[in-house]
Design a protein around this ligand. Structure first.
Ligand code: ZN
Length: 243
């Protein structure tokens, strides 16, 4: 089975369609949270993701903020404004879908969480943060999102020492027997690793192969929609630079 890996779509339909075209050979999909928040098409993105074949989807902090289960005082003013705007775009049915998403799930050998284990909304940006996630993992593989940075961490067995490797231009995660992995496929709708192209991943359960792919999309069109919707200008601007 080949899973398409998507995370942090953030209401960007153009970025989502671009990565789904890239992942058209995938039988089934994993979504690592934050379908909505920031971007101009939350309802359309939610419906497109919800209908993906075999979808396993978990909640991100923006999904929870929209359904009032994550305190928006943790967000900066622009993110908060986008949460309130997003709430006005969604139907009761959309809200109940977001509310139904679990905080953790499994797909094959992989554990899925938006931020980290054991705290679902913690960020993993360093090897020592990754080490605590490795400690909480029950298996050898965990997929995460949340930072919008395409990268992976690996650890030799239970050594407690993690290594970090960037995948900002995409590429394969070399799997070595005895090593455990935390993989972040990067952000679909608001990449923050300096590459403005949408990021996504592919996971083949037969061979164990995992790779990240970067897919250019129509950033200007998303920015135009954001300006039309009067979403904060800084959120539109950052898309062009991938920050
Ligand atoms: Zn996010």
């Amino acid at each position: 089975m080949v899973y398409g890996l998507i995370s942090d779509i953030h209401g960007s339909l153009e970025a989502l369609e671009a990565v789904l075209a890239e992942l058209k050979d995938c039988d089934t999909f994993i979504c690592l949270g934050d379908i909505v928040g920031y971007g101009p098409d939350p309802a359309a993105c939610l419906e497109r993701v919800r209908d993906l074949p075999g979808l396993v989807c978990i909640a991100g902090n923006h999904d929870l903020a929209v359904v009032r289960r994550f305190n928006v005082t943790w967000f900066n003013e622009y993110a908060r404004e986008a949460v309130f705007w997003t709430q006005r775009q969604l139907s009761a049915e959309h809200i109940s879908y977001l509310d139904s998403l679990p905080l953790r799930a499994r797909a094959g050998e992989a554990e899925l969480v938006h931020g980290s284990l054991p705290e679902e909304m913690d960020y993993i940006t360093t090897t020592w943060e990754a080490a605590s996630c490795f400690e909480a993992m029950t298996g050898n593989l965990c997929f995460i999102g949340h930072t919008h940075v395409a990268e992976y961490y690996w650890q030799e067995g239970n050594s407690g020492v993690a290594e970090q490797k960037a995948l900002w231009s995409g590429g394969a995660v070399p799997r070595v027997d005895g090593r455990r992995y935390i993989v972040n496929p990067g952000g679909v709708g608001q990449p923050r690793d300096g590459n403005s192209a949408a990021s996504c991943g592919r996971y083949d359960t037969e061979s164990g192969a995992i790779e990240v792919r970067r897919v250019p999309y129509d950033v200007a069109r998303v920015q135009a929609k954001m300006r039309e919707a009067k979403l904060p200008e800084s959120l539109a601007k950052r898309l062009a630079v991938g920050r």
